[in-house]
Design a protein around this ligand. Structure first.
Ligand code: FES
Length: 108
């Protein structure tokens, strides 16, 4: 299991215990977390799963692929060069057993 926290702009926080192997996007959509759409189903083709990763988790993240890099330039909310990632490309596994993200104001 992994612990995943979504911080919303209104101050609410959704904290989930998710199965290892789930992506941030899939965990959010499955559990009804607001603000994460996941329109393309996790194929790095829509950018509606944009999240801002909190410190100190940035150092634990996988590298950004070319596809993710391209989509991060298409997010509805401004991209943060240091913190923006696609939730569908972040998989909770043994190297990333805990993660906290901020949910953007809008995704579309
Ligand atoms: S779900 Fe579409 S880019 Fe992540």
């Amino acid at each position: 299991m992994a612990k995943l926290s979504f911080h919303h702009n209104d101050g609410n926080v959704d904290v989930l215990d998710v199965d290892t192997g789930a992506s941030v996007m899939r965990a959010a959509v499955t559990n009804g977390v607001p603000g994460i759409v996941g329109e393309c189903g996790g194929n790095a083709m829509c950018a509606t799963c944009h999240v801002y990763v909190r410190e100190p988790y940035l150092a634990s993240l996988p590298e950004i692929s070319d596809d993710e890099e391209e989509m991060l330039d298409c997010t509805a909310a401004p991209r943060d060069e240091a913190r923006s990632r696609l939730g569908c490309q972040l998989v909770l596994d043994n190297g990333l057993a805990e993660l906290e993200v901020d949910v953007p104001d809008n995704q579309v």
